[in-house]
Design a protein around this ligand. Structure first.
Ligand SMILES: CC(C)(COP(=O)(O)OP(=O)(O)OC[C@H]1O[C@@H](n2cnc3c(N)ncnc32)[C@H](O)[C@@H]1OP(=O)(O)O)[C@@H](O)C(=O)NCCC(=O)NCCS
Length: 153
């Protein structure tokens, strides 16, 4: 079946399916699951060398996140954090179409999982009030970061 596109650009999946799409460079990814398992899925891929500039860091990061990104040493961590936030947005937006800005979630690095805990600072949906936490997993290659997350149903 064809995947549609909603008014905000979000993918519209067939009945019973949730998912997310990402593309960067020559990579395209679609992540899908069943609504019986997931309320939403999020995926993002970014070229590590083409992420946000250090000057954009304050638009992407909350103060505590700024410390972790260490932008003065390069933008690798900033790109990882940016990618993780995009994945969180893609997982949550389709639930109730609530727009989340970059400041609406605070991410904390979880070294054991190679990823972040994303704590919501704004209500995203009935099952996702302020304080909810989404686990984000990051997979790093030499040139890209892939971020994935999910919301349970
Ligand atoms: C919507 C957004 C996440 C898309 O990211 P992008 O870097 O432009 O592009 P990507 O390749 O990563 O993803 C593109 C896919 O995102 C999906 N997408 C677009 N808008 C979407 C939305 N509102 N909700 C869910 N998915 C969306 C589409 O499937 C799109 O694929 P398509 O271009 O083939 O239709 C981004 O443009 C954006 O607006 N971000 C700001 C909001 C945000 O990230 N907040 C952080 C909250 S913590």
């Amino acid at each position: 079946m064809a995947v549609g596109r909603g008014p905000a650009g979000e993918p519209v999946w067939p009945e019973g399916i949730v998912g997310a799409i990402a593309h960067a460079g020559d990579v395209a990814i679609g992540l899908v699951g069943r609504t019986t398992d997931y309320a939403g899925l999020g995926v993002d891929v970014e070229e590590l060398a083409r992420g946000p500039s250090p000057r954009a860091a304050r638009l992407v990061c909350r103060p505590a996140e700024m410390e972790w990104t260490e932008v003065e040493s390069g933008t690798r961590r900033l790109t990882m954090l940016f990618s993780a936030k995009e994945a969180v947005f893609k997982a949550l937006f389709p639930l109730e179409r609530v727009w989340l800005g970059f400041g609406d979630a605070e991410l904390t690095w979880v070294p054991g999982r190679c990823g972040f805990d994303a704590r919501l600072l704004k209500r995203a949906a009935a099952g996702y009030p302020i304080g909810s936490v989404l686990p984000v997993h990051c997979t790093l290659t030499a040139s890209q970061v892939l971020s994935t997350t999910y919301c349970v149903s």
